[in-house]
Ligand binder design. Sequence first.
Ligand code: NI
Length: 259
Amino acid sequence: MLIDTHAHLNAEQFDEDRDEVIARARDNGVDTIVNIGFNRETIPTCIELAEKYDFIYAVVGWHPQDAITMTDADLEWIEELAKHPKVVGIGEMGLDYYWDTSPKDVQKEVFRKQIRLARKLQMPIIIHDRDAHQDIIDILREEKAEEVGGIMHCFSGSSEIAKMALDMNFYISFGGPLTFKNAKKPKEVVMEVPLDRLLIETDCPYLTPHPFRGKRNETGYVRYVCEEMANLHGMSYEEMAKITSDNARRVFGLPPIQR
Ligand code: NI
């Protein structure tokens, strides 16, 4: 059984067939989904889904691309929602220097505020890092993020960056890009991360794995990420599914599953 640790089933790309996508995920062996709501529009749907399905959990926070829109009231809103029994983490937060839709200093400030909130709430942090590896590490260090740890989502950094994140109690999560033939770096990093810190995710509807690259991603495709990770480590699909599920349950504090 699989856990998709990072999905956006709240995205509008699923408005037409959300329930079918969730049913297909179950058919593909996904027993638990963690959905990420990351701004004013996506957070409410994220909570609704977590209330509708017992196997769906929620993470709430503010995406760096939307950093410019986050007010103090939004931060209080996130704090309030974090008390919801199905909310299991804070994020996704971080820095995005690729799209650069919010000024860097604003992104950094919003990132710091959310790390402080996660520490106050003692909840794991979900990191979005696009072309900002060293700045992310520096801020995590300065803000003492190791106190709560969390997840480097859809990790795209080097082994050195991974090591620094691991030292701060972070798990390293891989998504669709791991399955791409030319994905040399992630395939190398997967081998460097201790087995008890590996996670799998889709980030659906984005980052669709091979063989569906170019189409809309969905949670059921997390199996292709698990397959690739198992192949790289020379172990069975079932073994890798169990390892990554156990890790996901640990980092999010989810109840153990009966096997
Ligand atoms: Ni995401």
